[in-house]
Ligand binder design. Structure first.
Ligand code: 13P
Length: 251
């Protein structure tokens, strides 16, 4: 059985004290979430050490939002997978569309980042998703397949036990415009077919595929009711503990 996950991506929001307070609020309310739904919070790198203390002993998982494509050395400003792991974080998001769009994240870099994350025992939340232009041109299936395969072709079925996929249509991120549950389900089922082709039916069945893009308490239930949607990667609504928990309670 694949895991149900609701993950919050805080992006570049909150100061350290604000982040610690938000994490405390999430941990305090986490008992209200069904036991089979795993909560993860992905915080800015500066917050990982103090937030690791907050989530310690709770069921809430901790994730980074990115890690470097190099192991270590003269890469000023970068944060390695080993550094992330040493904070107590257990996961990292990779390939978020904002990183692809603003920071030149390519599939080739994502292969390196994923290798280093897995080598350091971090679970990877790999983001894929098409732009509005690509969807309007009818290219969304091809784009999502390419993003998925270009990275995952370098990994094994065993590695897939530690890789979560997040489908985040770029046009739905932070826009208030959610993909309909049908639009999301269509792509999720398609990604599962791509995994079956790339690996096997078991990997396809076992891989958690999250939806992200303007997911909120009012639409989470409908999205999560779909058979191939295994939870969400939540941006804006994850900055309010009550909304984040309400989304996880939608299961
Ligand atoms: P929003 O929920 O703010 O649309 O962001 C989604 C997202 O990018 C999560 O990674």
């Amino acid at each position: 059985m694949r895991k149900k996950i609701v993950a919050g991506n805080w992006k570049m929001n909150t100061t350290v004290p604000e982040g610690v307070e938000l994490a405390k609020a999430v941990v305090a309310k986490s008992a209200d979430v069904p036991a089979d739904v795993k909560l993860i919070i992905a915080t800015p790198a500066t917050h990982l050490v103090p937030v690791a203390e907050v989530v310690k002993g709770s069921a809430v998982g901790l994730s980074a939002e990115n890690c470097a494509d190099k192991e270590k050395g003269a890469y000023t400003g970068e944060i390695s997978a080993a550094m992330v792991a040493s904070t107590g974080a257990e996961y990292t998001i990779l390939g978020h569309s904002e990183r692809r769009q603003y920071y030149g994240e390519t599939d080739a870099k994502l292969v390196e980042k994923t290798k280093l994350a897995l080598a350091n025992n971090l679970g990877v939340i790999l983001c894929v998703g098409e732009t509005l232009e690509e969807r309007e041109a009818g290219k969304h299936f091809d784009v999502v397949k390419a993003q998925t395969v270009n990275v995952l072709a370098n990994f094994t079925a065993q590695d897939m036990k530690n890789i979560i996929i997040a489908y985040e249509p770029v046009w739905a991120i932070g826009t208030g415009k959610t993909a309909t549950a049908e639009q999301a389900e269509e792509i999720h089922a398609y990604i599962r077919n791509v995994l079956a082709e790339q690996f096997d039916a078991q990997v396809a069945e076992d891989t958690t595929i999250l939806y992200g893009g303007s997911c909120k308490p009012s639409n989470a239930k409908e999205l999560f009711a779909k058979p191939d949607i295994d939870g969400g990667l939540i941006g804006g609504a994850a900055l309010k503990a009550d909304d984040f928990i309400a989304i996880a309670q939608s299961y």
